[in-house]
Design a protein around this ligand. Structure first.
Ligand code: 1CP
Length: 348
């Protein structure tokens, strides 16, 4: 049995003594012990070798004190599983040297190989679960089909993903075929993660906010809905759609257990749109963790209070920045852990 199930209780909509806390990209680049492993092993070795994935996943639990772990991996493993070459270039991020541009490129993708291609995730998750030994829940994840399409068509990170959007504008039917294939592979992968033991999943729609509301309803939302439908009866689903404040009502209607918010979306706005029952996750601007500890504490408290007295998972509004001081990350987590909602008496 889990020793700390605060995160899962919050996802079930229960009133809790305080908000749980974890943060996106918590397993990685701002931690000195991670940087040591990075010198010795390639990115995909760190993802694939169970003992490395386990050591990295557990680091923020032991060193920062978060209430949930997130599997060390990357959203781009789905592009690999479908048959694409994916490289992680130091200082630059992902590179897909043969991006999808034609009908033949889409036809060549093989969602039917997902189980074999991602088989390494099962021993990795088992090793993480062993290393966690029931201290906190484990979050599994995948990218949203739209965000995966962005990388698979563009071939690399981008500020506007204009090649990916051009592809959708010129070949909408082909774009939907691609999104269908990504969705099929993602459902298979999420189910594998659930069977291996993850306690919740998060879907990262990191580039959802690049779409107009109309295009969001065409190219992102239906696929997030399919993923949510396939998983929500097995484990809670968190949807994080960065910049897609305009789609909050639609996202809350998907049946997901919680919605992640970035820092441009005020808590009061989100509560107004979705109502008092929705569980939100977020939303401190990650740059605030670059300030001194006192500022981190003050801004974190302000952010927690903005969500009211329940139904909130403390997190950043996007991934932690690599230059974040470890002490600031700790101050963020400790501020959430010291917070008391004040209705504890009613819980007993
Ligand atoms: O070796 C390194 O340190 C390389 C940096 C790195 C790391 C630590 C990459 C390359 N991926 C990861 C791990 C990772 N990626 C996790 C691990 C678990 C955790 O959260 O601690 C997760 C959940 C992701 C998810 C991910 N990868 C997203 C969605 C979340 C987000 O930040 O929006 C995206 C968009 C990616 C693509 C990606 N992979 C790596 C980088 C540098 C990027 C972003 C590139 C870009 O800006 O387009």
């Amino acid at each position: 049995m889990l020793k700390n199930d605060l995160f899962l209780r919050t996802l079930r909509g229960e009133l809790t003594e305080r908000p749980p806390v974890w943060f996106m990209r918590q397993a990685g680049r701002y931690l000195p012990d991670y940087m040591k492993l990075k010198e010795k092993y390639s990115f995909f070795d760190r993802v694939r070798q169970p003992e490395l994935a386990a050591a990295i996943t557990v680091m923020p639990v032991e060193q920062i004190g978060v209430d949930a772990a997130i599997l060390f991996s990357d959203i781009l493993v789905i592009a690999q599983a479908l048959g694409m070459d994916v490289q992680m270039v130091e200082g630059k991020g992902p590179l897909l040297p043969n991006p999808i541009r034609t009908h033949a490129d889409v036809m060549a993708l093989r969602p039917q190989d997902t189980q074999t291609e991602l088989a390494y995730a099962i021993p990795a998750i088992h090793a993480v679960k062993d290393a966690l030994s029931e201290r906190v829940p484990l979050i599994g994840f995948c990218g949203s089909p739209w965000t995966l399409l962005c990388y698979m068509v563009e071939g690399k990170g981008s500020k506007d993903f204009s090649i990916a959007k051009q592809f959708c504008a010129q070949n909408p039917e082909l774009a939907h075929q691609l999104l269908d294939k990504i969705t099929e592979a993602s459902i298979t992968y999420l189910k594998m993660q659930v069977i291996a033991g993850v306690n919740a999943v998060q879907l990262f729609d990191s580039w959802g906010g690049l779409l107009s509301p109309d295009w969001y309803r065409r190219f992102s939302l239906p696929y997030l809905q399919k993923l949510t439908n396939a998983i929500r009866e097995e484990v809670p689903v968190i949807l994080f759609a960065k910049g897609a404040w305009f789609a909050l009502k639609d996202l809350s209607n998907t049946g997901a257990s919680a919605l992640g918010l970035d820092w441009i979306t005020p808590a009061a706005f989100a509560r107004d749109v979705c109502g008092p029952e929705t569980v939100f996750q977020g939303n401190l601007d990650p740059s605030i963790l670059l300030a001194d500890v006192k500022t981190v504490q003050e801004e974190t408290l302000k952010m927690i209070r903005s969500f009211g007295h329940a139904k909130h998972i403390v997190n950043l509004g996007h991934g932690v920045l690599p230059q974040t001081p470890v002490d600031s990350a700790k101050a963020f987590v400790e501020t959430a852990k010291a917070f008391e909602y004040g209705h504890t008496a009613n819980l007993k």
